[in-house]
Write a new protein. Structure first.
Length: 372
């Protein structure tokens, strides 16, 4: 008698088996889209503020859930498979729809309250917008302003920020882009530096001086310096480089070297003096936001406040024409800017002949900062 036997089916690997598309969570898809945009796992991890291993695990899990390979890794980054291309296209449509839902929901409330995300360059945020924020907060105490001060522009289309203020014109056709003003820069030096090394007499004489440079994605310092001293090694010429505007201003104010700053920089503290011999350049300031966010009352009010903050009629140093720092007090009719920084930097009494051309102000504008 023959024994009837049945062959068992192979055990399914549930971790690798394909699952319905609705089982793929949106967070993993969002991470996948960021990898596609950034071109690599590591760049996406930096943009998302996650570790490389977490990003990799989420994508592996997404591929397992979908039952397909989305991308392959190469030396130069990633390359999407045909399935990955189709899923990325569908994911972009999902992303647009999710953003529309958020905007519609937020536009229902007409109240000026809630969270508004602003992405801005570190210098503009730290030394201009944040000190002026008190006037907005007192008018609308329900606002919570989330400042992201970075030299890497936020992806406003992807809701990384509601509003972006940057020094590089955005290229996305989906955004509303407005020129806020122009940032004029020229070299400055601390009085302590000048006392030791003097001021350069001309461009040629600048080669014997020392410099502090702000090197970042949206500044022109590296190109400017290379053009100014072509072929010259930086060793012995550059005393310090930094990626933040605050460290840059502080270094110049303490006498580390000559550096390029906005023309209004001396109005916000530091015994710094304009260097006439050096070249000047300007950077346009751009405001970017998705047109739909203007339907949200609180974001619309913040946009208006940002525009007011760069109004060249009120703050002439943001106009298209260069105004020398010594001439700024004559064209500025508002309250002394020094008041914006009261409590952050202490100022000794102004001596009548200390700072020629600046005695129009009610308080000193070029004193040495004192640590508190």
């Amino acid at each position: 008698m023959h024994r009837l036997t049945t062959q068992r089916e192979p055990r399914k690997d549930h971790t690798a088996a394909a699952m319905p598309a609705d089982k793929a969570d949106w967070e993993s898809i969002r991470i996948f889209l960021e990898i596609v945009r950034s071109g690599s796992f590591r760049a996406a991890a930096d943009r998302l503020g996650m570790s490389f291993s977490v990003v990799r695990r989420r994508v592996v899990a997404l591929e397992q859930n979908l039952g397909t390979l989305l991308m392959t890794r190469h030396t130069g980054g990633i390359r999407l498979t045909a399935e990955g291309e189709r899923i990325a296209a569908a994911a972009r449509q999902m992303e647009v729809a999710s953003h529309d839902i958020v905007r519609i929901n937020e536009s229902i409330s007409p109240q000026i309250s809630g969270n508004v995300k602003i992405s801005t360059t570190e210098g503009t945020g730290t030394f201009w917008l944040i000190p002026r924020l008190v006037e907005l907060q007192r008018a609308y105490p329900g606002l919570l302003i989330d400042f992201n001060c970075t030299m890497n522009p936020a992806d406003v289309s992807n809701l990384e920020a509601d509003v972006s203020v940057q020094l590089r014109r955005p290229s996305s056709p989906d955004l509303k882009i407005t020129k806020l003003g122009r940032l004029h820069t020229m070299p400055f030096a601390a009085q302590s530096y000048i006392d030791l090394f003097g001021l350069p007499a001309d461009i040629q004489d600048m080669a014997r001086h020392r410099y502090a440079l702000h090197i970042s994605e949206q500044t022109q310092a590296k190109k400017l310096f290379t053009d100014l001293f072509p072929g010259r090694p930086w060793s012995g010429l550059v005393a310090m480089t930094t990626n933040t505007a605050s460290a840059h201003l502080w270094a110049i104010s303490k006498g580390i070297g000559i550096g390029w700053l906005p023309t209004y920089a001396h109005l916000i503290g530091g015994r710094i003096v304009p260097v006439e011999a050096g070249p000047r350049f300007h950077l346009d300031i751009w405001l970017a936001y998705h047109p739909d966010v203007t339907k949200i009352a609180r974001v619309r009010r913040v946009i208006d406040w940002i525009k007011e903050s760069f109004d060249s009629k009120k703050f002439p140093w943001f106009g298209d024409e260069f105004i020398h720092p010594y001439d700024l007090p004559k064209s500025y009719l508002g309250q002394p800017l020094i008041n914006l920084f009261e409590g952050f930097v202490q100022y000794p009494a102004l001596q009548p002949n200390d700072f020629p051309g600046l005695v129009d102000l009610q308080k000193p504008v070029l004193p040495e900062p004192t640590q508190t």
